[in-house]
Design a protein around this ligand. Structure first.
Ligand code: ADP
Ligand code: MG
Length: 852
C-alpha cells in the first residue's frame, strides 16, 4: 500500500538525485505532506539503504512508535520486523529492521559507542524546526562523521517550516527541496479576554469552545492541551456536556497505553474530538479534523536553576506554534480554529520558541559528546552554539560529579561512562551509582522521582499544619529529603485523597505524579542490575545525595545565623524551614536567588542534607586538600601560617599554627597593608614622599642621568624590601625607610640630586626660599615679593636648565601671585600688588614700579 498521492511524491526524484550527488538534503514541506512516513520508504524502495538501515530521529516517543506502526502497516510487515522503533526503555526492532524510528539520546549514544555508525546508511532528522537539543547535537555529529570516516553516509533533514536558509548553509554543500503542500483556509477566532486558568479550569473554557465550534464546522475537533492531567480533565468535561453528546472523545498523549493512542488516530464512524498534547501539532496527522481548539499552552523543557536540573514547565506557545496548530484544521477542507486567549495577548507572544540549546541544561548531552571522544565542547560545530556560561556550568558540574577529569580537556572518566547507562540527569545518574555501592538504589530512585515534578510539599504552611507534620512524620534532622519521602508515602497510603493531603499541606495531584516516574526509574535501576536492598542506614542514603550535589556543599559560617559559604566561592543562607538546623556541613539540593528588600540578591539554600566531613574523604578523596596558607591576621596584626583544610575551594577548617612564615611572603603581605595605610611607618614622613617626587623629577628633567622613575609598583617593591625580616606591624613601626629608598639611585645619581634639584635656594638678599617639586610642571619657588626684587626670568635651577614657577608671597606668607614670567610680573601686576601691600605693610620697603 503506497499513498502515492501525498504531496511528498512530487519531490521523490529530486530527493533521490540530491542524495546521490551531495549526500545531504534539506526537505521542507508542511505537516501532513508525507515526510515522516514516506521518505524512509522511498529510501528503502530505491535501494539507498543498501545493506544498512535508515534511522529517523523523532523528538517525541509517541510519534516514533506511531510512525513505525503506520509505516510497518504500509509496508505490509509486522511492527519490529522491517520497520521498528526504539525509545527509552522500549524497543521493537530486529536484525531485519531497515527503517528505525528513534528518540532523544538513542542516536547520540549510538554515535558515542560506535562512531562509524556501522549498519546505518541514512540518518533522517525529523521535525528539525522544533530545534530540540538532541537534533542539534546529533546533526552536528552526523556532519562530522560524514566528513571524516563515513563519506558514504547520507543525511536528510526535514522541517515543517519553509525557512531553511541557515540550515542549508550550515550543511553546505547541500540541496534544499521544498513543497508548499496543499491546504485550505482556516478561520481563526480569539476570546475577547484571556482567561485566568488559575481560577477558571482550562478544560471548562475549552469545552465551551468545542460547543461553539461543533456547530460552525462539520468535521472532527482537535483540542490542544499542555499535558496528561489537563487532557484527562478536558475529556471528562467534554464527555459530560449535553451539547456534545454526539461526539466520541479521545485523549492522546505519551502516558497512555498504545491501544488508546491508536484509537485516537484511527478514523472513526461518527464525529470525534481528540484532546492532545503538542504531539498533534506537527508530529502526527489526524485525518478528518476541521476544527481546532487551542489552549495555547505546552509543557516545555527548561533548565530550572533552583533545582539545577531540566524540568518540563507549562508555558505559552509562540505565534509560530499557534499557526501550526491552526493549520491542522485546514488539511482536507476549509476549517475553524478557536484560540483560548485574546488577540491582544497574541501580539505579546514570542514569534518563535527559543531553541532548546538556549533553554536547557547541557550536562547530559555534553557527557554523551565526551563519551564519543569530543572533549572540546567550545569548538564543537554547533548549529547554534550555547551561551558560554551554560556550557561552562555543564562542564563544571560534570567535573564535580567525577564524570570527567577536572583538569585539562576534562575528558570522560570511567565513572562518567557508567553514568551514561542511566537516561537521567547526570546528578541522579551519579546518585544511583553511589546507591548501588550502598545497596539503596530503591530509595534513591524514589528521591529522584520526588524532585523532578512540581513541589508537592507546600511551604509556608500554618502553625497547625506544621505541628501536625511533626507529630506524624517526626522531626528528621538529617535531610529534608526524608520529610519529602514521608509526605509522599503518606499521600500514597491515603490514595492521594485531597482531604487527607490538605490536612498536612500536601498537594495531592503533585504527589500522585511521582508514582509513574518512580516506577520508570526503578525499571532502569533493575535493568542495570543495581542493588535495591530495603533497609539501609540513613547515613548511606545521605552519602548518595552528597554524591549528586557535591557542587552545592555548604559550610555554616557561624552558629547564630543561617549564613553559609559554598563551593565555587558562593555564599547563601539556609532556609528557615529546613529541618537540618544543627549540622555544620550540608548539601543543598535546591538553590534559588531571591531579591531582598533592598534589591540585593540573596541566595537561599533548601532541600538540605547534613554531611559529615569523613564522607568527603570517602567519596571524593582527590578533592580534599590540606594546605599551609600564609595570611595577615587582623587581630594580632602579624603574618602567620594557617593550616587550612579545603574541599575543592571551600575552606572546611582553618587553624593558626606556630610555624614561621617565609620572609618574602610575610614582607609582601605587610607591604600591602603599608601601601593601603593600614600599617603606618613612623619613619615614612612627608620628607620621604618629597624625596620620591624629586627622584621622579630627576628622571624627567635629566634623562641623561638614566634614573628610573618610581612607579606605584616600584614603590610597593621598595616597601616590601623595607618590611623584609619583619613579621608584624609593631616590628615595622620604627624601621628606617630612607636607606632602602636611597638605594634606588646609583652613587653618581645620588651625588647630584641635591645640586640639581635643591630643596631650598639662597636668594640675593641672603634669605632662603623653598622649592616644591611635583610629578608634573616646573618646580615652584616660594618667596616673599620683597625677597625676589632684582631677580628676572634669567633665574634658573638645575645647573641652569630649569626655569621655575614663582609663587610670590605677602609678608604674612600668603600667596599673592603665581607666575612663570617674573619679568612680566614686574612690568605688569606688580603695580597693583605693590599698592595693595604697601598700604597694609607700610613699614616694609616697597621699591617703586619701573615706570614711576
Ligand atoms: P508529515 O511528516 O509530512 O507531516 P506524515 O508522513 O506524518 O506527514 O503523514 C502523511 C499522511 O499519512 C498524513 O496526512 C496522514 O493522513 C497519514 N498518516 C500518517 N500516519 C498515520 C496513522 N498512524 N494513521 C492514519 N493515517 C496516518
Ligand atoms: Mg512528520
Amino acid at each position: 500500500m503506497t499513498p502515492t498521492d501525498l504531496p511528498i511524491y512530487e519531490l521523490e526524484s529530486a530527493l533521490l538525485a540530491s542524495l546521490e550527488e551531495q549526500g545531504r538534503v534539506v526537505v521542507s514541506a508542511p505537516t501532513g505532506s508525507g515526510k515522516s512516513t514516506q521518505i524512509p520508504r522511498m529510501l528503502l524502495r530505491h535501494g539507498l539503504l543498501n545493506t544498512g538501515e535508515v534511522i529517523v530521529l523523532q523528538p517525541r516517543r509517541l510519534a516514533a512508535r506511531m510512525l513505525a506502526q503506520r509505516v510497518a502497516q504500509e509496508e505490509g510487515s509486522a511492527l519490529g520486523e522491517i520497520v521498528g522503533y526504539q525509545i527509552r526503555l522500549e524497543s521493537r526492532v530486529s536484525a531485519r529492521t531497515k527503517i528505525r524510528y528513534v528518540t532523544e539520546g538513542i542516536l547520540l549514544r549510538k554515535m558515542s559507542f560506535d562512531p562509524t555508525l556501522k549498519g546505518v546508511s541514512v540518518l533522517v532528522f525529523d521535525e528539525f524546526h522544533e530545534r530540540h537539543l538532541h537534533g542539534d547535537i546529533t546533526l552536528a555529529r552526523a556532519k562530522q562523521i560524514q566528513a571524516t570516516i563515513r563519506p558514504d553516509l547520507k543525511i536528510v533533514v526535514m522541517s515543517a517550516t519553509l525557512s531553511a536558509d541557515t540550515l542549508v548553509k550550515y550543511l553546505e554543500p547541500c540541496s534544499h527541496i521544498e513543497s508548499v503542500g496543499r491546504s485550505y483556509p482556516v478561520d481563526i477566532s480569539y476570546l475577547t479576554r484571556s482567561p485566568n486558568f488559575d481560577r477558571e479550569g482550562v478544560w471548562d473554557v475549552a469545552t465551551q469552545g468545542a460547543v461553539d465550534l461543533a456547530t460552525k464546522t462539520d468535521g472532527d475537533l482537535l483540542v490542544f492541551m499542555p499535558g496528561a492531567y489537563e487532557i484527562g480533565r478536558t475529556v471528562s468535561a467534554l464527555e459530560s456536556h449535553r451539547a456534545l453528546k454526539g461526539f466520541e472523545v479521545f485523549p492522546l498523549h505519551g502516558e497512555l497505553a498504545p491501544e488508546r493512542q491508536d484509537a485516537a488516530v484511527r478514523p472513526g464512524t461518527g464525529r470525534k474530538i481528540i484532546v492532545s498534547t503538542n504531539v498533534a501539532e506537527t508530529s502526527l496527522t489526524i485525518a478528518g479534523v476541521t476544527g481546532v481548539i487551542d489552549a495555547g499552552l505546552a509543557r516545555m523543557a527548561r533548565f530550572d536553576s533552583r533545582r539545577g536540573i531540566n524540568t518540563l514547565l507549562i508555558d505559552k506557545i509562540s505565534r509560530a506554534s499557534a499557526d501550526q496548530r491552526a493549520g491542522r484544521a485546514g488539511r482536507t477542507q476549509a476549517g475553524q480554529c478557536l484560540r483560548l486567549w485574546s488577540e491582544r495577548d497574541h501580539a505579546d507572544r514570542p514569534a518563535y520558541e527559543k531553541p532548546e540549546v538556549h533553554r536547557v541544561d547541557l550536562a547530559e548531552s555534553v557527557l554523551t559528546l565526551k563519551a564519543s571522544g569530543i572533549d572540546r565542547i567550545d569548538t564543537f560545530p554547533w548549529f547554534e552554539a550555547p551561551e558560554p556560561a551554560a556550557r561552562e556550568r555543564a562542564e563544571q558540574l560534570l567535573a564535580d560529579l567525577g564524570a570527567t577529569e577536572s583538569h585539562g580537556d576534562r575528558s570522560i572518566t570511567e565513572m562518567g561512562k557508567r553514568m551514561l547507562k542511566f537516561p537521567a540527569h547526570p546528578r541522579y545518574a551519579r546518585m544511583l551509582l553511589e546507591a548501588d555501592q550502598r545497596g539503596c538504589a530503591k530509595v534513591v530512585a524514589l528521591m529522584a522521582a520526588l524532585t523532578q515534578g512540581r513541589n508537592f510539599l507546600l511551604r509556608d504552611v500554618s502553625g497547625a499544619i506544621d505541628r501536625a507534620r511533626d507529630e506524624r512524620w517526626g522531626n528528621e534532622e538529617s535531610s529534608d529529603f526524608f520529610r519529602l519521602m514521608r509526605a509522599w508515602e503518606y499521600a500514597h497510603e491515603n490514595r492521594y485523597s485531597v482531604e487527607a493531603c490538605r490536612a498536612l499541606g500536601v498537594h495531592a495531584q503533585g504527589a500522585r505524579q511521582v508514582g509513574p516516574l518512580f516506577a520508570q526509574l526503578l525499571k532502569i535501576t533493575e535493568k542495570e542490575g543495581l542493588s535495591l536492598a530495603e533497609a539501609v542506614p540513613d547515613s548511606e542514603i545521605c552519602k548518595c545525595i552528597l554524591a549528586g550535589f557535591s557542587d552545592q556543599l555548604a559550610r555554616r559560617l557561624d552558629r547564630g545565623t543561617m549564613r553559609c559559604e559554598l563551593v565555587h566561592n558562593r555564599r547563601g543562607v539556609l532556609a528557615r524551614e529546613s529541618s537540618v538546623q544543627e549540622a555544620g556541613l550540608l548539601v543543598a539540593a535546591e538553590i534559588s536567588e531571591i531579591e531582598g528588600r533592598g534589591g540585593e540578591l540573596n541566595v537561599l539554600l533548601s532541600m538540605a542534607t547534613a554531611v559529615e566531613e569523613s564522607w568527603l574523604a570517602e567519596l571524593f578523596p582527590d578533592d580534599l586538600r590540606e594546605t599551609n596558607t600564609v595570611i595577615y591576621d587582623e587581630d594580632t596584626r602579624r603574618v602567620i601560617v594557617r593550616r587550612e583544610r579545603r574541599f575543592r575551594d571551600l575552606v572546611l577548617e582553618s587553624k593558626a599554627t606556630a610555624g614561621v612564615p617565609p620572609e618574602d611572603a610575610a614582607a609582601r603581605l605587610l607591604a600591602i597593608r603599608v601601601q593601603s595605610g593600614e600599617i603606618k611607618l613612623k619613619t615614612w614622613t612627608e620628607a620621604v614622599d618629597r624625596w620620591i617626587t624629586r627622584v621622579n623629577c630627576l628622571a624627567r628633567f635629566f634623562p641623561e642621568l638614566e634614573v628610573s622613575p618610581l612607579t606605584p609598583e616600584d614603590r610597593l617593591m621598595l616597601v616590601e624590601q623595607i618590611c623584609l625580616g619583619s613579621f608584624g606591624a609593631r616590628e615595622l613601626k620604627d624601621k628606617p625607610v630612607m636607606p632602602v629608598l636611597k638605594d634606588w639611585l646609583r652613587a653618581e645619581q645620588l651625588a647630584v640630586i641635591d645640586d640639581y634639584l635643591p630643596e631650598r635656594v639662597e636668594l640675593p638678599n641672603g634669605r632662603r626660599a623653598r622649592i616644591t617639586y611635583g610629578e608634573q610642571g616646573s618646580p615652584i619657588l616660594s618667596a616673599r615679593v620683597q625677597d625676589v626684587i632684582g631677580l628676572t626670568n634669567a633665574f634658573t635651577l638645575g645647573i641652569g636648565r630649569l626655569a621655575v614657577r614663582w609663587e610670590l608671597l605677602a609678608p604674612n606668607q600668603r600667596p599673592v601671585q603665581l607666575t612663570d614670567d617674573l619679568d612680566g610680573f614686574w612690568s605688569g601686576a606688580y603695580r597693583d600688588v605693590r599698592a595693595q601691600l604697601a598700604g597694609r605693610y607700610p613699614k616694609h620697603n616697597w621699591p617703586p614700579v619701573a615706570s614711576d
